[in-house]
Design a protein around this ligand. Structure first.
Ligand code: ATP
Ligand code: MG
Length: 478
C-alpha cells in the first residue's frame, strides 16, 4: 500500500534510518538525503508528497532549502525538524510555508500522526485542484453554442479579452447566457485559479449591498456585530461578477466607480484603504442607456463599464442557433442526468424553432429537461414538449386530442377502412384550427390593425382580409 512519497533530509545517519524504517512500516515510500545539495537533486527529479527536513544541515540551512524548493515550484508539504524548539525557528518555519515542525529528540508517534495529517491534507488539496480543473473544463469555449453571426461576434470579443484585465459589460435579456459568458471569460483568463465571485445585486436588500460588496467593520451600523469581509476582498486576485448592475443604487454607484478608477476601497465604517486587485465583469438585462437618460444610472460609471461591451441577442433573433443548442442540451442532459434521450423528431424541432422563447436559452434548456424527464422514449415528439402557453402558439387541441393524436386516429381509420377518410377534410380541419388562433392572436396584439398584423405574419394584406372573412373572425378587444 503506497501512502505517498516522502523525502527525509537529515545529516545524522541513525536518524535517517529510524525515520525511514518507521515511515516505511506505515506504508510510505521513502527516499533519504544527507545534505541540502542531494536533497535539491532529488526534488528536481521526483515528486514528493511530504519532505521532512532537518534545520541543521552541513551545507545549507533547512529553512533556506525549504524556501528555495518552494520558489522553484516544489509543492510538497514540508515538516521541519529543529534541534531546539526556539521560538524563532518555529515562527520562521511556518512563515516560510512549512506544514508544521517537530523538535528533537524525535517522537516517532508524533511524527507518524503529523505525516498522516500532511498526507491527508495533500490528498484534499489534490482533490480540490482536480475539481477546479473540472470546473474550468466545463467552461471551455466549446461549451458555448452558437453559429449565428451575433454569437460569432461574441466569441471573437471573448477571445480578445480573456487575457486582459479589461472591465466588460455583458448585456442581454434574461436567460441569454450572460453568466455563462462571464464564467467562460474567468476560467480562461490568467486568473482562472483564483476565485470567481458573483454578486446578484437585485437579490441583496439595498441597505446591505454596500456591506455585501465592501465588507464592514464591527459596530459600523446597527446589526454589524462582527467584522465582515466583502465580495471585493473575497475576489482578490480573481474575478468579481456584478450581476444585475442596473439595480445598484446611485450612492453605491459612486463608490463602485471609485474602486474601478483607483483600485482601492474601504470597508463600511472603516478607515483603512484596501487595494483591490480584482477583475470586474458586469451584467445587466436592463437598458442601461435609458437608465442613464432617466438619471437612474451614473453616466460616468456606464461609460467606465462599457469600454468593452458584449451584447447577447435574444434567442428569437438567432433562431438558427436553436438546432445546435438543442443537440448540445440533449447531449448534456444525457451525460449529466443519465436520461435515456438521444434526439428530437423533425416536427418537434420545428416546434422548438417556431417558439419565441421569452426566457431565451434558459427556457429552451428547461423545456428540454422537462421533456426528457417526462417522455417515455429516447426521441422527443411534439407531444412531449410543453411550451410556455402565454407566449407560444401551441397547436390547439382538436376535440380534446392533440394534433398528433388526431392524425394517428385518422390514419388508423384510413388504413382500416377501405373507402378511406376524407383527407382534404383533415387538412383543412387542422389548418383552420391553427390559422384561426394565429390570426386572432395577432390581431389582438396589434389592436385590430390589419396592416401591421399582415406584416407580422408575413402575408399579404389581401390574403389576411380573405382569411378573416372565410373564417368569420371578428375582432376581439386585447
Ligand atoms: N450559447 C449557449 N450555449 C450553451 N448554453 C447556453 C448558452 N447560453 C446560455 N446557456 C445556458 O443557459 C442557461 C442560462 O444562462 P445564464 O444563466 O448564463 O443566463 P443569464 O443571461 O445570466 O440570465 P439571467 O439574466 O436570468 O441571470 C445556463 O444553463 C447556460 O449554461
Ligand atoms: Mg444571470
Amino acid at each position: 500500500m503506497n501512502q505517498g512519497k516522502i523525502l527525509v533530509v537529515d545529516d545524522e545517519e541513525s536518524q535517517r534510518l529510524i525515520l525511514k524504517r518507521a515511515l516505511e512500516q506505515d506504508g510510505y515510500w521513502v527516499q533519504t538525503a544527507e545534505n541540502g545539495r542531494l536533497a535539491q537533486a532529488y526534488l528536481r527529479e521526483n515528486y514528493f508528497d511530504i519532505c521532512l527536513i532537518d534545520i541543521n544541515l552541513p551545507d545549507v540551512d533547512g529553512l533556506t532549502l525549504m524556501k528555495e524548493a518552494k520558489e522553484s515550484g516544489v509543492d510538497s508539504s514540508i515538516i521541519i525538524i529543529t534541534g531546539r524548539a526556539t521560538m524563532q525557528n518555529a515562527v520562521q518555519a511556518m512563515k516560510n510555508g512549512a506544514f508544521d515542525y517537530v523538535t528533537k529528540p524525535l517522537d516517532l508517534d508524533e511524527i507518524a500522526v503529523l505525516v498522516q495529517r500532511a498526507a491527508e491534507s495533500r490528498r484534499l488539496l489534490d482533490e480540490f485542484r482536480k475539481l477546479k480543473h473540472e470546473v474550468k473544463k466545463s467552461f471551455e469555449p466549446g461549451n458555448i453554442v452558437g453559429e449565428s453571426a451575433a454569437m460569432q461576434k461574441v466569441f471573437k470579443t471573448v477571445g480578445q479579452v480573456v487575457n486582459t484585465d479589461a472591465t466588460i459589460l455583458i448585456q442581454g435579456e434574461s436567460g441569454t447566457g450572460k453568466e455563462l459568458i462571464a464564467k467562460t471569460i474567468h476560467y480562461n483568463s490568467p486568473r482562472w485559479n483564483k476565485p470567481f465571485i458573483a454578486v446578484h445585486s437585485a437579490a441583496v436588500p439595498r441597505e446591505l449591498l454596500e456591506s455585501e460588496l465592501f465588507g464592514h467593520e464591527k459596530g459600523s451600523f446597527t446589526g454589524a456585530l462582527e467584522k465582515r469581509i466583502g465580495k471585493f476582498e473575497l475576489a482578490e486576485e480573481g474575478t468579481l461578477f456584478l450581476d444585475e448592475i442596473g439595480d445598484i443604487p446611485l450612492v453605491l454607484q459612486t463608490k463602485l466607480l471609485r474602486v474601478l478608477q483607483e483600485k482601492e476601497f474601504s470597508r463600511v465604517g472603516g478607515r483603512e484603504i484596501l487595494k483591490a486587485n480584482v477583475r470586474i465583469l458586469a451584467a445587466t438585462n436592463q437598458d442601461l442607456e435609458r437608465a442613464v437618460r432617466e438619471k437612474k444610472f451614473r453616466a460616468d460609471l456606464y461609460f467606465r463599464l462599457k469600454v468593452i461591451p458584449i451584447y447577447l441577442p435574444p434567442l428569437r433573433e438567432r433562431k438558427g442557433d436553436i438546432p445546435l443548442l438543442v443537440a448540445h442540451f440533449i447531449e448534456k442532459i444525457r451525460r449529466d442526468m443519465g436520461a435515456q434521450i438521444s434526439g428530437v423528431s423533425p416536427d418537434a424541432l420545428r416546434l422548438l424553432e417556431e417558439h419565441t422563447w421569452p426566457g431565451n436559452v434558459r427556457e429552451l434548456e428547461n423545456t428540454l429537461i422537462r421533456a426528457a424527464v417526462l417522455s417515455p422514449g429516447p426521441i422527443l415528439f411534439p407531444k412531449d414538449i410543453a411550451l410556455h402557453p402565454k407566449e407560444s402558439l401551441a397547436v390547439p387541441e382538436l376535440d380534446g386530442l392533440s394534433l398528433e393524436e388526431l392524425l394517428h386516429h385518422k390514419l388508423e381509420d384510413y388504413f382500416r377502412r377501405t373507402e378511406g377518410v376524407d383527407v382534404d377534410n383533415l387538412y383543412s380541419l387542422v389548418v383552420e384550427r391553427v390559422e384561426r388562433p394565429l390570426i386572432e392572436l395577432t390581431l389582438k396584439k396589434t389592436g385590430g390593425n390589419q396592416i401591421r398584423a399582415a406584416q407580422i405574419l408575413g402575408i399579404n394584406r389581401n390574403t389576411l382580409r380573405k382569411k378573416i372573412l372565410e373564417l368569420h373572425i371578428t375582432p376581439k378587444k386585447g
